[in-house]
Design a protein around this ligand. Structure first.
Ligand SMILES: [Zn+2]
Length: 353
């Protein structure tokens, strides 16, 4: 049972973002002693995760549930975070990550049972349409009122996945919900991580939920959290900080955030932008184009790889020990930000004479 539990929790921990199936199968192969084991011994080493980036210990079932304020709670598997409000009329769930899955209901039961409150999820609010935050929605059946942005509805109808039914109740810019005596403010302030990603403000609980933009204690996942609108994502933390709150629910990894966490994230993005600007101005592309001749992609790839490496190096040095995994994803994040600076901002784009 212990081995089973630890493997389950290991799989849950590795079930990060879009990498779930690939990582899951590698872990399974390694456990069986197949050739993946030999490959695993050659894996690179990375800087240790700062203690301040880690959240509370996960229980033997693979989750942790804690109180944010009053009747607002959060639940995590160490990689994903969702939250819920217990009310006199039932439970309002904010996202249903499939990696937490049935542990969401267990966490709700843990909290409601001692208080004699209803453990029934009556409402589910989607932060955005991505399956890694919405794909546990189907567990709660048909008799749940699903609420989300109109674009979330459009995208979920497109995705046509029974695990994440489209919300029936939608809004465009703002919507205030009054459920079981609680106030929940939903807002869409423009595209960021995805076109449909929203701000969920709980004013009476001093909390704000904004998923997949700033991940407390950690650098963004690859490609700036698989970003669809980088200028929008750069502005999102500023918009988030305009709300009054003390607790930030970022959707990852194993802990909640503070206003300071958002500021560190913004500093990291600012530093990355400065270093990319420097690298794009100082790295000379000539040798790459001379060497690869008519193979334009080879020249462009090797040149941009060097720009990214030069830009990332000082940022990795500065944030190692501050943000977890700075040495893991900063190059990937630098590449995405560099492309946004070139393609959105037009940096370094010269018009031919
Ligand atoms: Zn997402």
């Amino acid at each position: 049972m212990a081995a089973h539990t630890s493997r389950r929790s290991l799989l849950a921990r590795t079930a990060a973002l879009a990498a779930v199936p690939a990582i899951g199968s590698v872990v399974a192969d390694t456990a069986l002693g197949t050739p993946a084991l030999a490959a695993a011994t050659d894996l690179p080493d990375y800087a240790p995760v700062p203690q301040s980036s880690l959240g509370p210990a996960i229980n033997s079932q693979g989750y942790y549930v804690g109180r944010i304020k009053r009747n607002l709670y959060w639940v995590t598997d160490g990689t994903y975070v969702s939250a819920f409000l217990t009310t006199r009329d039932g439970v309002v769930l904010l996202d249903a990550p499939p990696s937490i899955g049935h542990n969401i209901q267990r966490a709700i039961d843990d909290v409601t049972r001692p208080n004699g409150l209803s453990n029934k999820v009556t409402h589910l609010i989607y932060s955005h349409h991505h399956s890694d935050h919405a794909g546990g929605s189907g567990i709660f059946g048909r008799n749940v009122t699903r609420i989300g942005h109109s674009e979330t509805r459009r995208l979920l109808i497109r995705d046509n996945d029974p695990n994440k039914p489209a919300p029936e109740e939608t809004f465009e810019d703002h919507r205030v919900l009054h459920i079981g005596g609680e106030r929940i403010e939903l807002a869409w302030h423009g595209a960021n991580h995805t076109p449909d990603n929203i701000y969920i403000h709980l004013p009476a609980h001093d909390a704000l939920m904004l998923v997949d933009v700033a991940l407390p204690g950690w650098v963004p996942f690859a490609g700036l959290n698989i970003n669809e609108d980088i200028p929008g994502s750069l502005k999102a933390p500023v918009k988030a900080l305009k709300y009054p709150w003390t607790t930030f629910i970022g959707g990852h990894l194993g802990r909640l955030g503070t206003r300071h966490d958002l500021k560190i994230h913004m500093d990291y993005m600012d530093d990355l932008e400065t270093e990319i600007r420097n690298a794009l101005t100082t790295v000379d592309g000539t040798p790459y184009f001379v060497k690869y001749g008519n193979n334009t992609w080879a020249a462009v790839k090797t040149y941009l790889d060097e720009v990214v490496a030069v830009a990332a190096r000082p940022v990795v040095r500065k944030y190692t020990g501050v943000l977890a995994a700075a040495d893991v994803f900063t190059e990937s994040n630098a590449f995405m930000l560099m492309e946004s600076m070139r393609l959105d901002e037009g940096f370094g784009m010269t018009v031919h004479d």
